[in-house]
Design a protein. Structure first.
Length: 191
């Protein structure tokens, strides 16, 4: 007598390290966009920062994991950097990712009416902090005059911060829907 076997399929939820795949995908998208986006008056969005801010907002990693995300983002930026000192990306993206994680993991909400604007705030502040670290390193390494730093570099940092504010907020909403629709969980709540 032959026994029948029943096969049951379960939809995969991504596993313990799904956050790594999500982060890697977003950083890859950021690197590609950074590579192909033309500058306007010497200013381009920093897609890498926008993407790791989206990843950190989605998965809410620890500070240590966020520091790792920042270091990977900095390493990814080195070959695509148009800067005279591309290795400054390692320190600047580390700082930007940690700033993002501190804001995301804070106990308070950041809302405008019913809308969560934490992605916009993290996009702005992470870009500013990262940009200040990067331009500070560049000023020291290249012995740039203070005027070049104050009037040439800092305005670019703040304009890029404003652009990243909009980009991060706009791209976060569809990314969040996609993440949650596919069983996405925050790192601390995952199995």
């Amino acid at each position: 007598m032959e026994q029948k076997q029943e096969v049951v399929y379960y939809q995969a939820k991504g596993g313990k390290y799904r956050w790594v795949a999500v982060t890697a995908l977003l950083l890859a998208i950021g690197a590609i966009l950074k590579m192909v986006t033309p500058g306007v008056a010497g200013i381009t969005p920093n897609w890498t920062i926008a993407m790791y801010c989206i990843a950190i907002n989605l998965i809410r990693p620890s500070l240590g994991q966020s520091a790792g995300i920042g270091l990977v983002a900095g390493a990814v930026n080195i070959p695509f950097s148009k800067s005279a000192f591309p290795y400054g990306n390692l320190a600047s993206e580390l700082v930007g990712a940690v700033v993002c994680a501190v804001i995301v993991n804070a106990a308070f909400e950041i809302k405008l009416g019913q809308m969560n604007i934490r992605p916009a705030v993290t996009g702005f502040l992470s870009t500013i902090c990262s940009g200040l670290v990067f331009t500070g390193i560049l000023k020291i390494v290249l012995s740039l005059p203070l005027e070049a730093y104050l009037y040439g570099m800092l305005p670019v940092v703040f304009i890029t911060g404003a652009i990243n504010t909009v980009i991060t907020q706009l791209l976060y909403l569809p990314a969040q829907r996609l993440f949650e629709a596919n069983g996405g969980q925050h790192v601390r709540n995952s199995n």
